[in-house]
Design a protein around this ligand. Structure first.
Ligand code: ADP
Length: 500
């Protein structure tokens, strides 16, 4: 039976009070100029949590003006790199101090299990801030040799006013991946949160100001994509745009950036990542990790291992064990102890996933377990496993973004490399094998930004993450993420006495 959540009936953490629902512009909480608000919903029930100020073009304008002023006039850009670094260190301390409240707010707005928010996501937010705090005073240029009587310096400068648009699946991790490198490199920011999950970013940015961030350095706009998001992407005074979301919306953002002021764009988009299990792998471990790779975060991960390829010799055993594991998955109220899977984010995603489950049933794939909604209210879906999935069918090609595992059978390494690469995406891949040569061959052959070997979803702050092909442009986290937010300036000085 699905969803037999372990005993605890009462929520382990009652939802916190919502303190901030306004826009944050120039260091002040303000209503939208239009006065409009929109509801943000509890995905467990569909009930309204709060009404949030709905930012639009004119609010984005004000936020960009505030960010420009903070960049041009300081004090942020006049502070030493060490002082900027200390703001981020203090922010990390405050995140830790308020860990449980932030985790509860995140779970309430997003639906992810509280235990995961509190023990993984929010600690990771603090970890990322310390990682970027460490970078802030270690970014510097070079002196390079050049022909002729010249002294040549290459400087690294902040881009200026940065626009950032984030999704709802990991509201605060996406915030950290964007805000961390942009602040470490000395930029100012206008960030638009996802309309499904506006609450946590405003809450933590208030802590960031308590840590010493000057007004106007980070402005938060809640609102919708085609209005507030599009206004940011097409703004003439925004120097750079960073976006995480669907590939379709990513294309719109690139177009808006190109049509306005040609601002550079970094993108982290969709995926359909293969998870490949060879017959020499530890099968029980592979089953567990393939399950985790797909079902983690309700299946709402851009890098979800959504194509499970299994060698024919271990296929039947793997499918049976995957079924047993999925049936054991604990679905329920994300505030209850032991719950592994909460609701999907909203009705739209719920309907989209249910549509793909129907398409899967129609495609000739074998429905191994699940396939229905879970319970009668909110947006819960049973952990669903399809086997014998055929290439070219919708569940094989499209990003489902839900708790639906698709298992494919393969015969040999050349075939599986070809099939794994036959996708427009290239975000990540998982490989399970005990053979070093298989691991090395396949990690060189796969066209994906991250290859996890005998592991999955390892998200260290220092490991770059991003996509090949239509999964994105640029890398987040790690040293590479700093480049997204830096301009390179060459300073060439004529030397009177080149002998020295
Ligand atoms: P999803 O379908 O998963 O919600 P989206 O790519 O639509 O993914 O959303 C990711 C982010 O992009 C959200 O903050 C959303 O508001 C924003 N967004 C959506 N449409 C646009 C658009 N036309 N221009 C700019 N941002 C947008």
């Amino acid at each position: 039976k699905f969803g037999t959540a372990v005993a605890v009936e009462e929520p382990i953490k009652p939802p916190v009070k919502v303190e901030h629902t306004q826009l944050l512009i120039g260091g002040k909480f303000v209503d939208a100029i239009s006065g409009r608000t929109f509801p943000t919903l509890d995905p467990r029930t569909g009930d309204i949590i709060a009404h949030v100020a709905e930012g639009d073009e004119e609010d984005v304008d004000l936020a960009v003006i505030a960010a420009r002023k903070a960049f041009d006039e300081g004090p942020w850009t006049r502070m030493t790199a060490y002082e900027r670094s200390m703001v981020l260190y203090r922010f990390a301390d405050l995140i830790e101090k308020h860990n449980d409240e932030i985790a509860a707010l995140e779970t309430w707005d997003n639906g992810k299990p509280y235990e995961q928010s509190a023990s993984a996501e929010i600690p990771m937010l603090a970890r990322l801030m310390r990682y970027y705090a460490g970078w802030a005073d270690k970014i510097h240029g070079l002196v390079v040799p050049a022909d002729g009587p010249h002294h040549v310096q290459v400087l690294q400068e902040p881009m200026g006013v940065v626009g950032q648009i984030i999704p709802w699946n990991f509201p605060l991790l996406m915030y950290a991946w964007k805000v961390g490198p942009a602040l470490a490199t000395g930029n100012t920011i206008v960030l638009k949160t996802a309309e499904q999950t506006p609450l946590s970013a405003i809450y933590v940015t208030n802590l960031l100001m308590e840590a010493g961030l000057p007004p106007g350095v980070l402005n938060i706009i809640s609102g919708f994509g085609p209005t507030a998001g599009a206004a940011l992407a097409s703004h003439m005074e925004v120097d750079k745009i960073a976006f995480t979301g669907s590939t379709e919306t990513g294309k719109i953002v690139v177009e808006l950036a190109a049509r306005s002021n040609l601002k550079p764009v970094t993108l982290e988009l969709g995926g359909k990542s293969p998870f490949i299990v060879f017959d020499d792998a530890d099968i029980d471990q592979a089953v567990e990790l393939a399950h985790f790779a797909l079902f983690f975060n309700q299946g709402q991960c851009c890098c979800a291992g959504s194509r499970t390829y299994v060698h024919e010799r271990v296929y039947d055993e793997f499918v049976e064990k995957s079924k047993v594991r999925a049936m054991k998955r604990v679905v329920g109220d994300p505030f209850k102890k032991g719950v592994e899977q909460g609701p999907q984010i909203d009705m739209e995603q719920f309907n989209k996933i249910m549509k793909y489950i129907r398409l899967g049933k129609d495609s000739g794939a074998t429905l191994v377990c699940g396939g229905d909604r879970f319970g009668s209210k909110g947006y819960f879906i049973q952990p669903t496993v399809f086997a014998d999935v055929q290439e070219g069918t919708p569940i094989a090609t499209d990003e489902i973004f839900g708790p639906v595992q698709s298992i494919f059978k393969f015969r040999n390494i050349d075939e599986v490399i070809q099939r794994a690469n036959a996708t427009r995406y290239g975000l990540a891949a998982g490989v399970f094998t005990s053979n070093l040569d298989t691991a090395n061959t396949i990690s060189r052959a796969l066209k994906a930004g991250t290859i996890w070997i005998n592991c999955f979803d390892v998200f260290d702050a220092a490991i770059p993450f991003g996509g090949y092909k239509m999964s994105g442009q640029g890398r987040e986290k790690g040293m590479d993420s700093l480049k997204n937010y830096l301009q390179v300036k060459s300073v060439v000085t004529h030397l009177k006495n080149p002998a020295w």
